[in-house]
Ligand binder design. Structure first.
Ligand SMILES: [Fe+2]
Length: 273
């Protein structure tokens, strides 16, 4: 585990902030969605400063646009650097995706083909991002519903190759591995077996919806039994790794979210080093 962050943390969501500040629950750390704080006024920052005064945090971004063919936006990274300087997060993460090109933004995390060209492209851009931020970042595996015709790598082979080439580490979303394994037809255990354990610094868990056509990574309900089982497998293979429950739609009351995190904590405590 990281020296500074241990156990099962929670995503910091605005409906819970006053409860957290008033009651100071014994949550080991919070994950902060950095894009919500890049251009906001003083009020949300006042709350975040108060949270930070009492808890370790990690940063999670969606706006680096690491996979796009647009040049990386220097102004975005400068603002992010200011936030990092002010709040001193343990880690900064984003996704192995692209979110827009030119004037068009997808409002979604879009995949890249698993080709050598895409590895080269991402490795160069993640290296640049890390240079601008002056630190290593974590990149997260996506949920997917379709695959590209052309591929030089499997999904996990692509993820590991990009990490090795760029020097970044991984945020392993276990729910995304499970959802993709069902949607695209691969063995999720073999996926986890293929990841060098030292690359993984954080994990995500989340709920998904089951439809007749596919599984949807909805982040709107509790973690499924199948994903808990895969998480147990991942912890035993990779070792105890700080883990976050993602719940972004129909955000429940704080106690429900925290109970999910406590389930993860029990499994973390039982995992072999
Ligand atoms: Fe995630």
């Amino acid at each position: 585990m990281s020296d500074g962050i241990r156990g099962a943390g929670l995503g910091l969501r605005s409906p819970h902030i006053s409860h957290i500040l008033e009651n100071r629950p014994n949550v080991p750390w919070f994950e902060v969605l950095t894009d919500n704080y890049l251009n906001r006024g003083e009020v949300p920052h006042k709350s975040l400063r108060e949270v930070r005064a009492h808890y370790p945090i990690v940063f999670h971004s969606v706006g680096m646009n690491l996979g796009s063919t647009d040049p990386l936006k220097r102004s975005y990274f400068e603002r992010l650097s200011q936030l990092i300087k002010e709040y001193e997060p343990e880690w900064v993460s984003d996704h192995l995706c692209w979110v827009g090109v030119g004037e068009t933004y997808a409002n979604d995390l879009l995949p890249l083909p698993y080709t050598q060209e895409a590895v080269d492209h991402l490795a160069q851009r993640i290296s640049q991002a890390q240079e601008w931020l002056g630190r290593e970042i974590l990149v997260e595996n996506l949920s997917q519903y379709v695959s590209f015709d052309r591929a030089d790598y499997s999904e996990v082979g692509f993820l590991v190759e990009v990490a090795k080439r760029s020097g970044c580490c991984l945020l392993l979303d276990v729910n995304n591995v499970y959802v993709n394994s069902r949607n695209l037809g691969f063995d999720p255990h073999a996926y986890i077996d293929a990841i060098p354990r030292d690359l993984v610094k954080q994990m995500h868990l989340a709920g998904h919806e089951t439809t007749p056509e596919c599984l949807i990574d909805s982040h709107g309900k509790s973690v499924s039994e199948e994903v808990w089982s895969l998480y147990r497998y991942a912890l035993n293979r990779i070792g105890p790794t700080p883990t976050l429950i993602e719940w972004d739609r129909d955000v429940p009351e704080f106690s429900i979210l925290w109970n999910e995190a406590k389930l993860a904590e029990v499994l973390l405590q039982g995992a072999s080093q």
